[in-house]
Design a binder for this molecule. Structure first.
Ligand code: URA
Length: 195
């Protein structure tokens, strides 16, 4: 794939404005054989500065739910629909999503996970190709064509939603638990090897 070295996009100028304003391209992190791939929207300020997805406040929420359900960050892949930060935390445009999609599809083809978990409305609608009411659809799995394969997509609320609306916590938590079950984690307990 053009511009990719393994799972990493090493250079890309497809979105001229983002290429100019970004500090760096934020590639996915986690093992190339992960059972679960989490897909967010796009890097925020902290991700743009550190070059790692979900390291800000949303990342703390995600990490703690993952840990609680025996699925620590080092066992999963975490990536985004768009790998460069849209300025002022605006949503990525349709064109930016389309420009970055081949990289995400190549990443999913390579990893071939059991399940793809979409974190929030933008990735859910981008991957399912339809309007999604994330709060009511969270926890549901739909099988769709993505890149070269049919993939199970598990809809999840964005971790940041739990910070603004505490009532979303249980929904978020139950969805992460479901992802852990699909990944074959027994009883939500991490093994010694996970630490
Ligand atoms: N929100 C996202 O959607 N992605 C990140 O990487 C961080 C926050």
């Amino acid at each position: 794939m053009e511009n990719m070295d393994g799972l990493d996009v090493t250079a890309c100028e497809r979105c001229g404005d983002l290429a100019e304003s970004r500090s760096r391209i934020v590639n996915g992190t986690g093992p190339a054989d992960a059972d679960v791939v989490f897909v967010g929207e796009a890097p925020g300020a902290q991700e743009d500065s550190e070059g790692v997805p979900f390291v800000g406040r949303s990342g703390d929420v995600l990490d703690s739910a993952l840990g609680e359900h025996g699925l620590p960050r080092k066992r999963v892949r975490i990536t985004n629909c768009v790998r460069c930060r849209p300025p002022d935390n605006r949503d990525p445009s349709t064109e930016e999503l389309a420009n970055c999609r081949p990289y995400l599809e190549a990443e999913l083809d390579h990893i071939d996970p059991e399940v793809v978990v979409t974190l929030g409305k933008v990735p859910s609608e981008h991957l399912l190709g339809r309007d999604v009411a994330v709060t009511s659809e969270a926890g549901t799995v739909e099988t769709v064509e993505l890149g070269g394969a049919r993939r199970d997509v598990l809809v999840c609320v964005h971790p940041a939603a739990t910070l603004y609306d505490r009532s979303q916590e249980a929904t978020f938590d139950a969805t992460i638990e479901k992802a852990a079950t699909i990944a074959g984690v027994e009883g939500g307990q991490a093994t010694f090897d996970d630490y």
